[in-house]
Design a protein around this ligand. Structure first.
Ligand code: GLN
Length: 483
């Protein structure tokens, strides 16, 4: 039953020589075999690689060097490059792409002794909120196999939730770590823009993308943040700022903490059980000495429109590189132009094509000022809303998603409905601030509810402190699906 444990629990056992890295790896792979036929969290399982890594870990343990992640099985979203391992972005376009290098986050995990369980399913090129846009089939929510796990890091969140790995990495451009974490009942953090290197992350919308951890509890989130954060000369957008030890923020202390509740987030359409869960969480934090007040984020209503112009514009530019020449899939064509067109027509799925077309339109001469430039201006206003709010409060608490996990197929026919599920997560990316989703309860139908905690740029520590205080006074994080 080692697969049920957290990073910190396994770490203790390894340190005390109670178990070996090989014991953990074989137990986790048994679990994957038993559960993944139903959940379908993985696109590829890297058992051979893992057993080699576990053997190495055991040698290190014998030699007396146990690092934070020595022997810990971790799953990686399939848009993060690992040398020699297929990285598909859940797209036909990259179905056979094997990167010749490691993303910086992978180098950091390797330096800390991790064991790779495999690459997880996602919406194609991270475009979506349900993992249904994968070219290789949908992932299922471990709490209800008829429902989505959220997206786009749905495979990573489902794998953590179903104990098919101990922790995972995801990427978050508009909520793709936090929303699936909420829908699967686990912890997910999108760090500040610039906190974690994106070198080796396949680009979707470069001004918004961040890599972050998905874990079983807040302590593991802090441990993963310690490993992956920090400046990287290979990513000029990674910030050269001092790095805290995030585990020092694991204090059950919120005395005097000022919580802001944005008026604009409690809108029509939000599930009443979710609203109640979030309000109850605030009350609990108040009973521990925090204070809450209503705040204003007045430009929230424009966030979805601005995001879906900026993200699609950047995607149309980033995805221009898939032309059948340099990477992956190539279709036959009667000449060069025809080959380009056939490759893109056959290699991309319909959501990716929709985004490329939207983005290309928004960037085209004559429309640039009306759409792209306007959206950039709105983005600045949204950022200022957060700057103003953080003059008064230390954290902002909101729901992560307006609804719990929805049924597979429920929103696929209507892209706008799907986009609306990002309403609470998108502003955070536009403003570049950090935020996490943590489990805050369950609906009557036993579906997980997530609570979002947002803080100032580079103040992930306050998120961790708030989240930890809440977590330690509840036991939602201890619950696992019965699958
Ligand atoms: N759901 C959002 C989108 O479809 C966010 C995706 C993400 O964060 N990668 O763009």
């Amino acid at each position: 039953m080692l697969h049920k444990l957290t990073i910190h629990e396994l770490h203790e056992k390894i340190k005390n020589r109670e178990i070996t890295a090989k014991d953990i790896a074989s137990d986790v792979f048994k679990r994957i075999e038993a559960a993944d036929g139903k959940v379908k969290a993985y696109l590829s399982v890297t058992r051979d690689e893992a057993l080699k890594q576990a053997e190495n870990a055991d040698k290190e343990i014998k030699a007396g060097s146990v690092k934070a992640l020595t022997g810990i099985p971790i799953a990686i979203k399939d848009n993060i490059c690992i040398n020699g391992i297929k990285t598909t972005c859940a797209s036909k376009m990259l179905e056979n792409f094997i990167p010749p290098y490691d993303a910086t986050v992978i180098t950091r995990l390797k330096n800390n002794g991790y064991v790779l369980t495999g690459k997880t399913n996602m919406d194609e090129f991270a475009m979506g909120s349900s993992t249904e846009n994968s070219a290789f089939g949908a992932t299922r929510n471990p709490y209800d196999l008829e429902r989505v796990p959220g997206g786009s890091s749905g495979g990573s969140a489902a794998a953590v939730s179903a104990d098919e790995c101990i922790a995972a990495l995801g990427s978050d451009t508009g909520g793709s770590i936090r929303q699936p974490a909420a829908l699967c009942g686990v912890v997910g953090m999108k760090p500040t823009y610039g906190r974690v290197s994106r070198y080796g992350l396949v680009a979707f919308a470069s001004s918004l993308d961040q890599i972050g951890p998905i874990t079983k509890d807040v302590t593991d989130c802090a441990i993963m943040m310690n490993t992956i954060s920090g400046h990287d000369k290979c990513d000029s957008t990674s910030a050269d700022v001092s790095l805290p030890d995030f585990t020092k923020a694991l204090k059950k202390d919120v005395k005097g903490l000022k919580i802001g509740i944005p008026d604009e987030y409690f809108i029509e359409g939000i599930d009443p059980e979710i609203e109640k869960s979030v309000m109850d969480a605030v009350k609990l934090l108040e009973s521990m000495g925090a204070k809450s007040e209503l705040i204003k984020l007045p430009h929230t209503g424009y966030a979805i429109a601005a995001y879906y112009i900026l993200a699609t514009s950047e995607a149309s530019s980033n995805l221009a590189r898939y032309d059948g020449v340099k990477y992956g899939f190539r279709a036959k064509g009667k000449d060069l132009i025809d080959m380009y067109m056939e490759t893109r027509a056959k290699g991309f799925g319909s959501e990716v094509k929709r985004r490329i077309m939207l983005g290309t339109y928004a960037l085209s001469a004559g429309y640039y000022d009306a759409y792209y430039k306007k959206a950039q201006q709105v983005r600045t206003l949204i950022k200022r809303d957060f700057d103003e709010a953080f003059k008064k409060v230390d954290v902002i608490i909101t729901p992560t998603s307006p609804t719990p996990a929805f049924k597979i197929g429920e929103k696929t026919a209507d892209p706008l409905q799907m986009y609306l599920s990002d309403i609470f997560t998108i502003s955070v990316n536009l403003a570049g601030v950090p935020a996490a989703s943590i489990p805050s309860g369950f609906t009557k139908g036993n579906l997980p509810i997530g609570l979002q905690i947002i803080a100032k740029p580079f103040d992930e520590e306050t998120i961790i402190r708030t989240a930890y205080a809440f977590e330690q006074s509840t036991d939602y994080h201890k619950k696992r699906p019965s699958i």
